[in-house]
Design a protein around this ligand. Structure first.
Ligand SMILES: [Cu+2]
Length: 185
């Protein structure tokens, strides 16, 4: 209000302040920029708020992706803590070229043996028993994956490198259908 009065006064040297301010472009030109500045400043906080709201979502999306990579491999006692047929025993099958692990034993939702120790070069053959419905075999680290669930048949994987591979059955992971492979040199 005060600014408009001042501008009108400046441009009104030659005539009536009121008419000059209304007809001449010059007095009006300064006004729009000032008006634009004011709303712009007001809008800025709004935009900032919107940006901040979206930012956390993006950050959250990225965090889970990085976590699996950064998370250290859990040991068998930790990974198989709630697996009913695991009592701390790790079947020692080192030195063998091939061993078999049953899929769907016990209540139908167990791997047997649940934990196994083998040597590099050993081939594990997971053999479906037909119990407990469809199962699959998926390594936490993606080393091996039998794919879609099946109710019969076998899945083989030869371990060429030493390492530890916790694995699970996708549909029954929450039931504790998990296993563990330790590969030694
Ligand atoms: Cu299963």
């Amino acid at each position: 209000m005060a600014l408009v009065g001042s501008l009108a006064g400046c441009g009104g040297d030659d005539g009536t302040p009121t008419e000059t301010a209304t007809e001449e472009p010059e007095p009006e030109s300064p006004s729009p920029p000032e008006s634009t500045t004011a709303p712009g400043t007001t809008t800025a906080p709004g935009n900032t708020t919107t940006t901040v709201t979206e930012a956390p979502t993006t950050t959250t999306m990225g965090t889970p992706t990085e976590s699996p990579t950064a998370t250290p491999i859990p040991g068998p006692d930790e990974y198989l803590e709630y697996v009913s047929n695991y009592d701390g025993t790790i079947a020692d099958e080192t030195g063998k070229s091939s061993v078999t692990v049953d899929v769907g034993t016990g209540d139908g939702f167990r791997f047997s043996p649940p934990a196994i120790r083998i040597s590099t070069g050993t081939t594990i053959t997971w053999e479906w028993t037909g119990q407990g419905g469809g199962h699959n075999v998926v390594a936490e680290d993606g080393t091996f994956d039998s794919g879609a669930t099946q109710t019969s048949g076998t899945f083989e994987y030869t371990f060429e490198n030493a390492g530890r591979h916790p694995y699970y059955c996708s549909p029954h992971r929450s039931f504790g259908m998990k296993g563990y492979v330790i590969v030694e040199e």
